[in-house]
Write a protein that binds this ligand. Structure first.
Ligand code: CTP
Length: 215
């Protein structure tokens, strides 16, 4: 296989984040981590140095790259910032938008606390933060979008809103979440390319090739 990403550092987030409420409960998102891990492997296969910042998943650490394990969005952002500089940043993680304002040290008891009004605070947007860096902004910043409808239009708007270069828009109207296939639209400043539904590893391989061609 060609070493088209040799000498490049690719930084990737994957999986969900887990935001603790107390020692036994948390807020999280559905995410198997499969697509992010597949992209990490695909970039490493093209010779890149890869740092994979992963929330909790059931997946084994891929060979030939560095996996940094985190739980929360704050930890994920800190690990990403620590891993900079990078040539490419790919935000695949399903980061929880909110976290409990306070983490209880002891298990909350339903009779003593009101779960219906658990105070939440907003998590940092890691993709937006990295997209808007000055000196340390990676040359290519790629975000993901999971949409059930109006996929292309919403993804185009998200690209502008986040300040990233590309959006990989994921049509999750079928059984994509946790499934092994993905139907995606690649949104770049030049327009939208719609790819046929294919296995997540094939999506990853094709994306890694596109990245290598763009650098
Ligand atoms: N993302 C991130 N940090 C967050 C939230 C999202 O890095 N706190 C990244 C994801 O990794 C992904 C992209 O942003 O690359 C997804 O955007 P997001 O705004 O989370 O999409 P939705 O939650 O689908 O938002 P909306 O409801 O506005 O479509």
């Amino acid at each position: 296989m060609a070493d088209t990403l040799k000498g490049r550092h690719v930084l990737i987030t994957a999986g969900p984040t887990r935001e603790p409420i107390d020692p036994v409960r948390y807020i999280s998102n559905h995410s198997s981590g499969q697509q992010g891990y597949a992209i990490a492997k695909a970039c490493a296969a093209l010779g890149a140095k890869v740092t994979l910042v992963a929330g909790p998943t059931a997946l084994a650490d891929p060979d030939g790259l560095e996996t940094v394990h985190v739980e929360t969005a704050l930890e994920m952002l800190a690990a990403v910032e620590t891993a900079l500089p990078a040539d490419v940043f790919i935000a695949v993680a399903a980061v929880a938008d909110w976290r409990p304002a306070e983490r209880a040290d002891k298990k909350l008891k339903l009779d003593k606390s009101d779960f219906c009004s658990l105070p939440l605070t907003e998590n940092p947007d890691i993709l937006k933060t990295i997209s808007n860096l000055d000196a340390q902004r990676p040359g290519l910043v790629i975000g993901f979008a999971a949409e059930t409808h109006d996929v292309e239009a919403l993804a185009k708007a998200k690209r502008i809103r986040k300040g990233c270069d590309w959006i990989v828009a994921n049509d999750v109207s079928g059984d994509v979440m946790g499934g092994t296939e993905n139907a995606i639209h690649l949104v770049t400043p030049d327009g939208v390319e719609s790819w046929a539904r294919m296995p997540k590893q094939a999506v990853a391989d094709a994306l890694a090739e596109e990245i290598a061609a763009a650098l």
